[in-house]
Write a protein that binds this ligand. Structure first.
Ligand SMILES: Cc1ncc(COP(=O)(O)O)c(C=O)c1O
Ligand SMILES: N[C@@H](CCCC[NH3+])C(=O)O
Length: 463
């Protein structure tokens, strides 16, 4: 089940949640392995990530700090690659979750391909030396220059999303005498069980071309007739943070049936089918993620069955996980700045970051797990809300949690499972410089992205 919590209605007004107050956990200092990166543990009371103590990281790099456990990231990438290559499928890591040059290199070294969805992400990938032929370019509004750059670089696939884009790409390809390989992004009408903002297969939204209206079929026919574009397949992405296989399976069945229909009507055999990303992760111990191996087997079996029934060769399958690779590897460290007891209600613990480094709680009502990071003890649990320092009452990182009653300014706290869609969605709201991203592994740490400074921000301001 999705953990996105707030479909509608008041969230942080004067109405307390129905289940208020939540039960305190048995151990305020526990690091549940379902939520924290592999190998995370406590030594002398403080959290140790990739062999490096939280206080050491805070001292060296400051807070807020995105800490990425390299081994955890690589292990998840490997698990996807092994599970999917066992069924003859490719894995494209979705760079929108988190992309730096080092991350792109890890992805390549672990044998994955890469999905980018803007010129900026493409630039990072190419700067990291990622092979262009292993990159897929997404986007519902790719500009002329983004498409031209992708064609010039020789990206392996462009996932087209509209008729305007097809026009644009044809012109660009014709001018260059190139023949880009293209997949059509289709919407299958599946209502994914997740937050509305991250569901992408229902018809009434901006992505893709609908199977139900005939738009997908018109795009396919148009591309099959093109002299400048090589239509190689179809793409479907049903949404994000999904925990049940049903949505993936229905989508797989529908696109495979569509492939069979194209084959019957036009004789064309499309050789690639991408079923997108969207696998959920555990933000709290209550979340129950699917295993890569299980989803690989069930999707490949469904596609094989549908294609065989339609009398066409089984296409090469691919998927695009982002969160499931990067999310659990990341932890955000914050320093507590103020502890304010709102009598009879709860205690507000303010830290030195907030919605500018993690917008997901404000945007989707996402849930997170937080633990004291710099020391352990035996204090009583205190019903709390972890908030940021922005000028916004919805600047909440963790809505309901228990922290130790002796928490005080200067203590560190850590929020788990922030490797995906936190750094990549960060902003400079209230002119807060964005935090550094640091990788930890085998007892040492290094900067992947340095912390921004106020000078960085002022440099852009022309006065
Ligand atoms: C087309 C596409 N592929 C892959 C992803 C990655 O999704 P996730 O990080 O949920 O695996 C997304 C984001 O939802 C997407 O839009
Ligand atoms: N950014 C979203 C997911 C959307 C991904 C792209 N379609 C999240 O944090 O969950």
């Amino acid at each position: 089940m999705s953990r996105y919590a707030h479909p509608a209605g008041p969230r942080h007004a004067d109405v307390l949640p129905e289940d208020h107050p939540p039960a305190p956990p048995e151990d305020l200092y526990a690091l549940d392995p379902r939520v924290w990166p592999g190998g995370a543990h406590r030594a002398d009371g403080e959290i140790v990530l990739g062999g490096v103590a939280a206080t050491e990281l805070a001292r060296e790099y400051g807070t807020p700090l995105f800490v990425l456990d390299e081994e955890d990231f690589r292990a998840r990438a490997r698990e996807f690659r092994e599970s999917f290559s066992a069924v003859g499928a490719d894995v494209y890591y979705a760079g929108k979750a988190l992309l730096t040059k080092a991350v792109a290199r890890w992805v390549q070294e672990e044998g994955l391909k890469l999905d980018v969805c803007s010129g900026g992400e493409l630039a990072v990938a190419l700067a990291a030396g990622f092979p262009a032929e292993d990159i897929g370019l997404h986007g519902n509004n790719k500009s002329e220059s983004e498409l031209a750059r992708a064609v010039d670089a020789g990206v392996g696939r462009i996932i087209v999303d509209s008729f305007d884009e097809i026009d644009r790409l044809e012109r660009i390809a014709a001018d260059r005498g190139a023949r880009p390989r293209v997949l059509v992004r289709v919407t299958t009408g599946v209502e994914a069980h997740t937050h509305e903002f991250v569901a992408t297969a229902h018809d009434d939204q901006k992505f893709g071309l609908a199977l139900s209206t005939g738009a997908a079929e018109r795009a396919v026919r148009r591309l099959l007739d093109s002299d400048h574009i090589d239509l190689v397949g179809l793409h479907s992405h049903i949404g994000s943070q999904i925990f049940d296989t049903a949505g993936f399976e229905v989508a797989a069945r529908r696109v495979a049936a569509f492939l069979a229909r194209i084959h019957a009507d036009t004789g064309a055999t499309l050789s690639e089918l991408d079923l997108g990303g969207g696998l959920g992760i555990a933000y709290t111990p209550a979340d129950t993620p699917l295993a890569a191996k299980d989803i690989a087997q069930s999707l490949s079996a469904i596609v094989a069955r549908e294609c065989e029934a339609g009398g066409l060769p089984v296409p090469r399958l691919s998927v695009e996980p982002g969160r499931a690779v990067a999310g659990p590897a990341g932890v955000t460290l914050y320093t507590v700045g103020t502890v304010k007891d709102v009598e009879g209600i709860r205690t507000y613990v303010s830290v030195d970051g907030g919605m500018s480094d993690n917008i997901r709680t404000a945007l989707y009502g996402a849930e997170y797990t937080c633990a004291p990071a710099s020391r352990a003890g035996s204090a009583e649990p205190m019903l709390s809300r972890l908030v940021g320092k922005h000028c916004e009452s919805g600047d909440i990182i963790v809505n309901d949690l228990h922290l130790p009653r002796d928490l005080r300014p200067g203590d560190l706290v850590a929020v788990a499972a922030t490797g995906a869609y936190c750094h990549s969605m960060a902003s400079n709201y209230n002119h807060l410089p964005r935090p550094a991203v640091v990788a930890v592994r085998g007892g040492s740490s290094r900067t992947l992205v340095r912390r921004e400074t106020e000078e960085d921000l002022l440099r852009l301001d022309r006065g």
